[in-house]
Design a binder for this molecule. Structure first.
Ligand SMILES: [Zn+2]
Ligand SMILES: [Zn+2]
Length: 407
């Protein structure tokens, strides 16, 4: 495909007669070449216009997800079309099924954690080429807003994850942000992170959301100090990565809290040092006992206000409670005012305060060195058609993470 681009460009240059071979290095020549490439990208894009593919669509909450044929548009300005290779089944998607979070538009095309290869690029995309391996970031980063320039691109003020519709099903629009439960996805180039060619995408797709959300909450946002104690409420796909973050930060005690014993076993594999089944004992009491007065940090990775309250109640004076879990739409969080007055901090950690084009790459480096676990996080690979079974496994607490894989 790359060869085709070059040949086509030379052909166009020859036909136009405006650019000689020797002019390629001149400013004028460069602009002609760019124009040429733009035209070619448009031609290439047209190959994908109207392509049909399977996608997982939510039509209404509390109902099974439907896997249907959809039609995708061609990539527009600044967009990249990816062949999805792996898509992690994250709890945030299931939150839409249960209406814990209400999609802003329906029908909703699910998925947000994923990785793939570039199939085509739209006009103006210069940093990515066909065949590049990409981990899709949950967030797009414009690079020029206040938060992007201040090192906080996870909360880019330009790209605010507004729903769009680039797919149709039987001629009707379907809404989404950057869906991954679909064979091909259109993404802003600003949301793409190019990774080395030897990156195994069916595993590395987890870095897109679950891994960076967990590890980043510890090392980027809370900045847990060596030897500190930390509690982790909820040991699902993200919570296990909070535990990994604690290991990376060399936390002294990592206390795993969950209601499912299997999840606590997974937590031990990821490096937790103490275990509390909160269905059987009061986690706040136990954490205070284990730490001799309260943890330095407590991470809420479930997504319920009552557990945020447990997290802040289980940290010592001067301690920090970190909200990582996706909270229900429209609900308040309450804390005892006196607890805040004793120099406790309650902070949020959106997407691990990620700087995706930096963080994804060092996470891959540490994965290759055996210092970050990805394979162990994946309990099962499934085809897209089994998305409802993957959600059922998640609900039953049977898996750390399921990954949807595509041919
Ligand atoms: Zn997620
Ligand atoms: Zn920005």
């Amino acid at each position: 495909m790359t060869v085709d681009v070059r040949v086509g460009c030379w052909l166009l240059m020859g036909i136009s007669g405006e650019v000689g071979w020797g002019q390629a290095a001149s400013a004028e020549g460069d602009s002609h070449i760019l124009l040429c490439l733009f035209r070619l990208e448009t031609v290439l894009s047209s190959y994908t216009r109207g392509a049909m593919m399977k996608a997982a669509i939510l039509y209404e909450a509390h109902a099974p997800v439907a896997v249907k044929e959809v039609e995708i548009e061609e990539p527009g300005i600044g967009e990249v079309l990816l062949d999805v290779v792996g898509a992690g089944v994250c709890h945030s998607d299931y939150h839409y099924v249960t209406d814990h979070r209400t999609p802003r538009r329906m029908p909703w095309l699910l998925g947000h954690e994923g990785a793939g290869t570039v199939r085509a690029v739209g006009d103006g995309v210069r940093d990515f080429a066909v065949g590049d391996k990409i981990i899709l970031s949950l967030d797009a980063m414009c690079g020029s807003c206040r938060n992007c320039t201040n090192g906080r691109p996870a909360l880019c003020e330009t790209h605010r994850m507004e729903p769009v519709s680039r797919y149709k099903q039987d001629g009707e629009p379907i809404y989404h942000v950057r869906p991954t439960f679909v064979e091909q996805t259109l993404a802003l180039a600003d949301a793409c992170v190019k990774v080395p060619d030897d990156t195994p995408l069916a595993q590395a797709c987890l870095i897109s959301c679950g891994v960076i959300t967990g590890i980043g909450a510890v090392v980027n946002r809370a900045q847990v100090e060596t030897g500190a104690s930390m509690a982790v409420f909820g040991c699902g796909g993200v919570g296990l990565n909070v535990i990994q973050g604690g290991v990376l930060a060399a936390a002294g005690k990592i206390i795993a809290v969950d209601t499912v014993d299997y999840k606590l076993e997974l937590a031990e594999q990821m490096g937790a040092t103490h275990f509390v089944n909160s269905a059987k004992e009061d986690p706040v009491q136990r954490i205070i006992e284990i730490t001799g007065g309260g943890a330095d940090y407590a991470f809420e990775v479930v997504g319920f206000p009552a557990i945020v309250r447990q997290a802040i109640d289980s940290v010592r004076m001067t301690g920090t409670a970190v909200v990582v879990g996706v909270q229900p739409t429209g609900q308040d969080v309450s804390v005892e005012g006196w607890h805040l007055l004793e120099d406790r901090t309650l902070m949020g950690a959106f997407h691990g305060a990620a700087r995706p084009r930096v963080d994804f790459l060092w996470i891959l480096d540490l994965y290759k060195q055996g210092k970050i676990k990805l394979d162990e996080l994946i309990s099962r690979y499934r085809p897209l058609d089994e998305i409802n079974e993957a959600f059922a496994d998640m609900k039953a607490g049977k898996v750390a993470r399921s990954v949807l894989v595509f041919d």
